[in-house]
Each structure stands twice: as structure tokens, then as C-alpha cells.
Design a protein around this ligand. Structure first.
Ligand SMILES: [Zn+2]
Length: 327
């Protein structure tokens, strides 16, 4: 069983922000850099999934991305977990380019003659493994053989190891294509089932229940105020908020093209940036639309669940529903 890796929540939020803050907003560059970074990280994780899909160890679960508690307020994150009835393996995906030097206490990355230091990802991966092992002990009194790998998903990176640390790091910091061989080697050391099918299933269910995806307060992180979010409807050709309602159609005032999906896209932005409910008045303000009746028609046509009566009617935005209308 392999769950589909969800798009990290932050990616569509940052995309919506970039569409709707001024071109001169002081945080714009930071937002676009962070978005590029998240997207490349996500591509690295998808690359990891491609190799994990090829693994087959009988009774197994593969979890792409888990965020689990190690105390009441603190969490640890695992990029991928392979869980079988004999052992489990965690994978940390690192999508870093350039020339890398792995040392016990840091990872040095050099690109264009500039060097930056990061945490040693192997130490991070081992900490996550430690927390996961504790969690299984605490909740289900289960102990399984386990190991972790750091997967260097950027094909262009060149990896060097500090000679005194190489014997520890080199076997565990691997390229994606080495995953199958490495995990099979580990698997051969533990041929006997430790868990019954039922125990394995219970453990998998527990992990899914404890999984708590992170919802950042992106406005706070980037010093962007909700007031900075510009209203209007977005033209996908002009990349501007230039679409208006004209003779019953959604037309860009700049390129004159019709953007029939612009209202749905705007509601998705609204969902990510403002909230999951909207009133007729809020919709008119966000769409820069004057007509109450056009707004009502639009909201009714979407078939969204409603609560409240008449003037106080609130429409509940469902991301799934809105996305299905984009197709
Ligand atoms: Zn246009």
C-alpha cells in the first residue's frame, strides 16, 4: 500500500500569495524563493517515491511524509517510511545541489564558490528514527529492527565525506537508485516476522491517526498582512488581476481573452488566504464585483453547502469541490 504524496500545503498558499500581493511588496522575493525551494524539495520527495514504489517485502506499508508527535507540543517529520512485519526503514530526502562535504557536525554546500553550512542530515534522520522507535514502544509496546537512509535526490550534487566520518556516513547517504539494493540487504538480516498482520495493520492505522500535517501561519512567517492581499480576478495569460464580468462573461480587460474559470480560481485563493467560508458580500469585495444577483447566481451554481438564512447566508468552500470544477 502506497499513499499518494499530498502536495505540501504551503505550496498553493505561497502561489496564491504571489498572485495577490503587489509586484513591489517587500516580501515578494522571499516568498518566491521559498516557493522555489519547497517545489524542488517536493520534486525530490516524488523522486524518492518512484524508487520506493519498486520495493516489495510482502506485508508492507509505505508512508510518504508523516509528521508525528514526540511530546504534547513537539513533532518530528519523516519524508518516507517503509513499514513491514519484519522491520522498518525511514528515508530523509535531501534535494541539494553543488559540491557537498559531509562532516559529523555539519553539511557544507558549495555552489558558485559560495559555501553554506547546514545540519548533518544523517543526524537528523537518526533523531527521527529514535523518536519513531519511542513512539512505537509507548503506544503499542512494539519494537522492530530499523534503520534510516538519507537519499540525495539531486542528481547534480557531488558528495564528499570527511575521511574520519566516511565509514559511518557513506553507507547511509545514498543516491535514489541505491535504495532497492540497500533495503534488500537490510531485509535479509531480519528474515523472521515480528508482527502479525493484525499488529502491523494496527501500527499503520496508529501512524495515520497521529499524522498531523503542518499548517503554517504564512502571514506571520513572511510579514504579510491580510490587507496586502489584492482583490480581483486573475488572468492566467497576463498574470494580473484584470478579469471582470462583462456581458455575462469573465473577460480580461487587458488581453480581452475569456477566463471562464477565473471565479473558481479566485475562490480557491480565497480558501487558502482568507478562510473556508464566504458570504455574498465577501465574495463581491474579493471579486471586485458590484452585482449582488451575479454573486448569488455564481454561489448557487457552485452547489456549495450553506448555513444561515438570507442576508446571513454563509457558503462553505470545499477545496475538493472547487478543484473538481477546474477540470
Ligand atoms: Zn489577460
Amino acid at each position: 500500500m502506497l499513499r499518494k504524496r499530498p502536495v505540501p500545503y504551503k505550496i498553493p498558499v505561497l502561489e496564491a500569495i504571489l498572485k495577490r500581493i503587489s509586484k513591489k511588496h517587500p516580501e515578494r522575493e522571499r516568498v518566491s524563493k521559498d516557493l522555489a525551494h519547497r517545489k524542488s524539495g517536493y520534486r525530490g520527495e516524488q523522486n524518492l517515491d518512484y524508487y520506493l514504489r519498486q520495493l516489495s517485502f510482502g506485508y508492507q506499508y509505505i508512508f510518504p511524509g508523516l509528521r508525528l508527535p514526540h511530546s504534547e507540543t513537539e513533532f518530528f517529520q519523516i519524508d518516507s517510511l517503509l513499514l513491514t512485519n519484519r522491520f522498518y526503514v525511514t528515508f530523509e530526502a535531501k534535494n541539494v545541489a553543488g559540491s557537498l562535504l559531509v562532516e559529523e557536525h555539519q553539511l557544507q554546500q558549495t555552489i558558485n564558490e559560495q559555501t553554506q553550512a547546514f545540519q548533518n542530515p544523517l543526524v537528523q534522520a537518526e533523531n527521527q528514527l529514535f523518536h519513531l522507535n519511542n513512539l512505537m514502544k509507548d503506544y503499542l509496546h512494539i519494537q522492530l529492527p530499523h534503520t534510516c537512509f538519507v537519499v540525495m535526490t539531486n542528481p547534480s550534487c557531488i558528495i564528499h565525506f570527511d575521511p574520519s566520518y566516511r565509514h559511518i556516513a557513506a553507507p547511509k547517504m545514498i543516491r535514489p537508485s541505491a535504495i532497492r539494493h540497500k533495503v534488500e540487504h537490510f531485509s535479509r538480516q531480519y528474515p523472521n516476522p515480528v508482527l502479525s498482520t493484525e499488529q502491523l495493520h494496527r501500527l499503520a492505522t496508529l501512524l495515520l491517526q497521529l499524522d498531523t500535517p503542518l499548517r503554517h501561519d504564512i502571514f506571520q512567517e513572511f510579514h504579510i498582512s491580510k490587507k496586502d492581499i489584492l482583490p480581483g480576478l486573475f488572468c492566467n495569460d497576463c498574470k494580473l488581476l484584470t478579469v471582470i464580468r462583462y456581458r455575462g462573461r469573465w473577460i480580461c480587460t487587458r488581453c480581452k481573452k475569456e477566463n471562464p474559470k477565473a471565479p473558481i480560481e479566485a475562490l480557491i485563493d480565497y480558501y487558502y488566504l482568507i478562510g473556508n467560508t464566504i458570504t455574498n458580500r465577501e465574495l463581491r469585495a474579493f471579486f471586485k464585483l458590484n452585482s449582488i444577483s451575479v454573486a448569488t447566481k455564481l454561489l448557487v451554481a457552485l452547489g456549495l453547502p450553506v448555513s444561515g438564512q438570507k442576508r446571513n447566508r454563509v457558503y462553505h468552500l470545499s477545496l475538493e469541490k472547487l478543484k473538481s470544477l477546474l477540470k
